[in-house]
Design a binder for this molecule. Structure first.
Ligand SMILES: [Zn+2]
Length: 156
């Protein structure tokens, strides 16, 4: 018969548990706040388009990834493999940054468009409608999808 040994709870293990729980709660809080920020930005700045198309529960929050210098963010599936990504910059003036991630026509990656406003979004959507929601891989000799041109041909 084997006896199950549980390690003794020392003040140190108690304190380690405490900070681990505290860190987890902070991350959950950051994720929740990221979802709220994305929802509020879309509702405020894209009221007639994304504000109508998205509800808060469609966003998924992600806490800050401090080792990579990334602020808390939220993503939402748009459909057709497209995604919206929202974050708030802290380097200058806490600006909302909303990015549309579009699968590239080459099938190997995404091209991203930082959206400036609702008119900008409508222009991109008009272009994407012609290409069935795919970015056009610009230079076939360059494997980097980031070198894409917009479906209409203007470099973004
Ligand atoms: Zn590509």
């Amino acid at each position: 018969m084997t006896e199950t040994l549980t390690p003794p709870v020392t003040p140190l293990t108690f304190l380690f548990d405490l900070v681990a729980t505290s860190a987890r709660r902070a991350q959950e809080e950051e994720s929740r706040e990221a979802v709220t920020a994305a929802d509020e930005h879309v509702f405020r700045a894209y009221r007639d388009t994304l504000g109508e198309a998205f509800e808060q529960h469609e966003w998924s929050g992600c806490p800050a990834l401090r080792d990579n210098g990334l602020e808390p963010s939220a993503v939402a599936p748009v459909g057709g493999g497209l995604w919206l990504h929202h974050t708030i910059t802290t380097d200058d003036d806490y600006r909302d940054v909303l990015t549309l991630l579009v699968p590239c026509s080459c099938g190997r990656g995404y091209v991203d468009w930082q959206l400036e406003n609702e008119q900008d979004l409508l222009e991109i959507l008009t272009d994407l409608r012609r290409t069935d929601g795919r970015g056009v891989h610009g230079d076939p000799d360059n494997p980097d999808c980031a070198t894409n041109v917009s479906p209409a041909g203007s470099r973004r």
